[in-house]
Write a protein that binds this ligand. Sequence first.
Ligand code: PLP
Length: 376
Amino acid sequence: MRKIMMVDLKSQYEKLKTDIDAAVLEVIDTTAFINGPAVNKFQKNLETYLNVKHVIPCANGTDALQVSMMALGLKPGDEVITSSFTFIATAEVIALLGLTPVLVDVDPETFNIDPKAIERAITSKTKAIVPVHLFGQVADMEEIMAIANKHNLSVIEDNCQAIGADYFFKDGSKKKAGTISIIGCTSFFPSKNLGCYGDGGAVFTNDDDIATKLRQIVNHGMTVRYYHDMIGVNSRLDSIQAAILDIKLKHLDEYAAKRNKAADYYDKAFAGNPKLKTPVRSKKSNHVFHQYTLVTSGIDRFKMQEFLNTKGIPAMIYYPVPLHLQKAYLDPRYKEGDFPVTEKLCNSVISLPMHTELDDEQLQHIISSVLEFINQ
Ligand SMILES: *Cc1c(COP(=O)(O)O)cnc(C)c1O
């Protein structure tokens, strides 16, 4: 049996090796390392895939979030509502820009931001909402957009974990995750569903003016070379990463199908188990399974993690600490108990290996080891 990993990038690479090696060597040969033709080609192909007017590549997902907030002109003191159950980057950029993060709890089924809680958190200072499409499933965007429109707020989708997922509207139409609101952000961190071989990220928008602003901001606030109309940052996707991403983009739907196949396998094995709650699949979105996350009850998941490790199986806890209890983000506005769903999830979730290369033998070994621990 091949070694089991949380994400098996090596096995995935081996299948694309000829194409990827040639694409990387071509960039080196042309020495167009920054803003070379590979970047433009990937950008156009991603625009087509997502059916979005503009993709603005940048250096990573955290920057994507930051430049989005800058492009919306958010100012210190403005309140930005986001989920208490997410990766730190979401709140980090809000705080770095001097904006005020306002946290709200999540839905216990989808782990995504609870629209009703958003509405309760809105004040006269609220300017934006940042839903996170956590673990590969799209937040309830139809509800969120209705709330945002009612209160005249901007929405930035943190789509770092759900690229390629579809969201289904009540009228039967659908849109790709990250293209529903004014701005969507993604990360091409190697372990993400569309990952490069280093760092990378992108912002999506259908708004021409916002796109122009974003292109300026990621390029030092520059329109004409060496004329700076606004304060910007330096945030680029390099050509080698773009060339790799362009190849992997062609496989993104097939990768999502492979992740779903592994998830189905796990679901079937753990269905009805009183100690393990399998991921709930929202009817409003398909799931691209960035993570396969179980909610445990009545077991010590750290012991389970240790037990699995002794069987050669990695398992991870995403995320062990809610944002409002992170040391750097302690705030007199919040205390333990304020976000009961998030806190319960942080105390009970565990994620199993999930990637595009899991085979039946590996899945069987993972499942029988999990059940062995549960039933001991
Ligand atoms: C990965 C991730 C980010 C940050 O992306 P980087 O490319 O690592 O900067 C932001 N938000 C979420 C939800 C993520 O999963």
